[in-house]
Design a protein around this ligand. Structure first.
Ligand SMILES: C[S@@+](CC[C@H](N)C(=O)[O-])C[C@H]1O[C@@H](n2cnc3c(N)ncnc32)[C@H](O)[C@@H]1O
Length: 401
């Protein structure tokens, strides 16, 4: 059966998500604000849910109907055949996105939807399902656009950036799908044999995502809960087939060598990084220390990918600029021939790096308008500039802890 499907994402990354979906075998995509629409069978929906590194959710449309006001919204939801979706002894929750002239409060609109579902099931069975916002059996998603509503089953349940690792995080961790977006922009693929170094790795999100790409590990493979687990439309055998194929791919790539290096000054955070990497089954080379002492491992120039502290709290801005300035020095003096991708908090902070970016890509980090800058470090240090620093320090493998 062919379904209308959508993968949601942060604003601005729709073209990257569209490209990812095409690579996953989606035949045709349509970009919208914060989502990419496509059509396909349940197997394709499962594949995208399991494999998309960039998406936040995957939604399967049940109905699309006029919803200029609460009555129309109620009637549209009630008209759906709920027997194939949810039973009276199950629970649901409703996410409602969008407003129009009559439906101005999404909390109210969500209640209208929930009432319509419960009334429809009660009329058929004599019992009403429960509402459970924490662990519902079915998470419904309604997207209101003008006077039209699209009602979908949320196949993800918990958002897809949760990779099932029970990740322990330090301060300001990146969401996994943002880390994956940065790596995609950086051109990182499973075939990449270069060293990838994060000199301020925090809890290791960028390194772990890079390792999962390199080892062809589906981002959802370790998740234990999905939005479709207790959905009546779920086809368990089909899902298990999609998972089995992903396990075979992981096995086939298990011997790919990883050159993933992390540096972090906070020992407690580094301990979390080790736990996170172990949970993902990835061996990272982690060093405790200041980024100021980071040196490239021997071998070909590689890739630096990092997100330094933004300095959001009052008084931290100056420190954040100093960190960026030091990072710029370290890159210029020691990482000759490398390419760096640095996520900085704002356009104003870019200058602190003291290096001319070859690209500046606006990127949302939650509510923040961050910038991802690409820096191509020259292969030779300019005469006089920074020469003492890098000449004194011979390239050496970072000492492993
Ligand atoms: C914004 S966090 C990185 C978050 C990381 N990408 C993650 O997802 O967990 C910045 C990290 O840089 C570390 N840090 C700040 N200054 C540093 C320095 N000079 N040398 C090494 N680490 C530093 C902080 O301890 C913090 O863990």
């Amino acid at each position: 059966m062919r379904h209308l499907l959508s993968a949601t994402c942060s604003r601005g990354i729709e073209p990257l998500l569209a490209q990812e979906l095409l690579e996953l075998g989606v035949p045709k995509v349509e970009e919208r604000r914060g989502a990419v629409l496509f059509a396909g069978d349940l197997r394709l929906a499962y594949t995208v849910a399991l494999w998309s590194r960039l998406a936040s959710r995957v939604l399967l449309e049940l109905a699309c109907f006029p919803a200029a006001d609460a009555d129309q919204l109620y009637a549209g939801v009630r008209g759906v055949d709920w027997s194939g979706q949810l039973g009276p002894d199950q629970s649901l929750t409703v996410d409602f996105v969008g407003v129009n002239e009559q439906l101005r409060h999404s909390g109210f609109s969500a209640r209208v939807v929930k009432d319509a579902v419960c009334d429809a099931i009660r009329d058929r069975t004599g019992r009403r399902p429960d509402v459970n916002t924490e662990r519902p059996d079915l998470r419904l998603h309604v997207h209101l656009s003008g006077a039209e509503a699209a009602l979908s089953v949320d196949l993800a349940g918990e958002p897809l950036h949760l990779r099932g690792l029970d990740r322990q995080a330090g301060e300001a961790p990146l969401k996994e799908n943002l880390a994956a977006t940065i790596l995609r922009i950086a051109g990182w693929t499973g075939a990449d044999e270069r060293t990838l170094l994060d000199p301020m790795c925090g809890s290791g999100t960028l390194l772990i995502e890079a390792g999962m790409v390199r080892r062809d590990i589906a981002p959802g493979l370790l998740r234990r809960r999905w939005g479709f687990d207790r959905w009546r439309g779920h086809q368990r055998a089909l899902w298990e087939m999609v998972v089995r194929e992903a396990m075979e791919r992981r096995k086939a790539a298990a011997e790919r060598k990883l050159r993933l290096v992390g540096v972090e000054r906070d020992p407690d955070v580094l301990a979390l990084t080790r736990r996170n990497a172990a949970a993902a089954g990835l061996d990272l080379r982690l060093t405790r220390g200041g980024m100021e002492e980071a040196r490239p491992p021997r071998g070909e120039p590689g890739l630096v990918v990092t997100n330094p502290p933004y300095g959001l709290r009052l008084g931290d801005e100056q420190e954040a600029r100093e960190t960026l300035s030091n990072l710029g020095d370290v890159l210029r003096q020691r990482f000759l021939g490398w390419t760096a991708f640095v996520l900085v908090g704002s356009t104003q902070q870019v200058g602190a790096l003291g290096l001319k970016p070859s690209r500046r890509i606006p990127i949302k980090n939650g509510p923040l308008d961050a910038r991802l800058v690409e820096l191509r470090i020259a292969e030779h240090a300019p005469l006089g500039l920074g020469a003492p620093g890098w000449r004194k320090a011979p390239a050496a493998e970072p000492a492993e802890e």
